[in-house]
Design a protein around this ligand. Structure first.
Ligand code: ZN
Length: 168
């Protein structure tokens, strides 16, 4: 049981019960949800739309499932982008520290690349982790649409660790 079956992917329809942020200085976010697990069949090639029903509120969600190769490719692209961001971040940081620490005669502006490296540091600092998170979260299943009054849903990959429910 719970072993990955070729050609299928396990996802959960996440029904957000509550999403509250409390505190002024130390903000803590508490999200409560309930998942409905589904095993979705992947198409042989291309993409396919599937309908998933939330067991909590019976909302019907429209999801898009891509074939395995496409899902793997998308995940690989995100990983490459994350690694590139890390490389650019370190290189820009080293460069900015090196150039920023140089003493220049009055009136002479620094190299044109210096502001570029500062921008690169900030951009890659934000984008890198985002790409990395999307890599681990992308299994080729994305939510296309959810009914309007109950938009508080998400489709998440099911990660099986140790599941013991006591049932066979
Ligand atoms: Zn629901």
């Amino acid at each position: 049981m719970n072993r990955p079956i070729p050609g299928t992917v396990e996802v959960a329809v996440r029904h957000i019960l509550s999403d509250r942020t409390t505190g002024i200085f130390m903000r803590t976010r508490k999200v409560a949800w309930r998942d409905t697990d589904y095993r979705v069949r992947r198409p042989a090639t291309g993409k396919q739309s599937v309908e998933l029903i939330c067991s909590v509120c019976e909302a019907s969600l429209l999801a898009e499932v891509t074939d395995e190769a496409r899902a793997r490719r998308r995940s690989a692209v995100h990983l490459i982008l994350a690694v590139l961001c890390a490389v650019v971040f370190v290189a820009s940081l080293v460069y900015a520290i090196h150039v920023g620490g140089q003493v220049r005669p009055e009136g002479e502006s620094g190299p044109a690349l210096f502001p570029v490296s500062i921008v690169a540091i900030f951009v890659t600092f934000v984008a890198g982790p985002l790409f990395y998170l999307r890599r681990s979260g992308s299994n080729g299943v994305t939510m296309l649409d959810a009914p309007k009054p109950r938009r508080a849903h998400a489709i998440v990959p099911v990660r099986r660790t140790v599941v013991s429910t006591g049932r066979p």
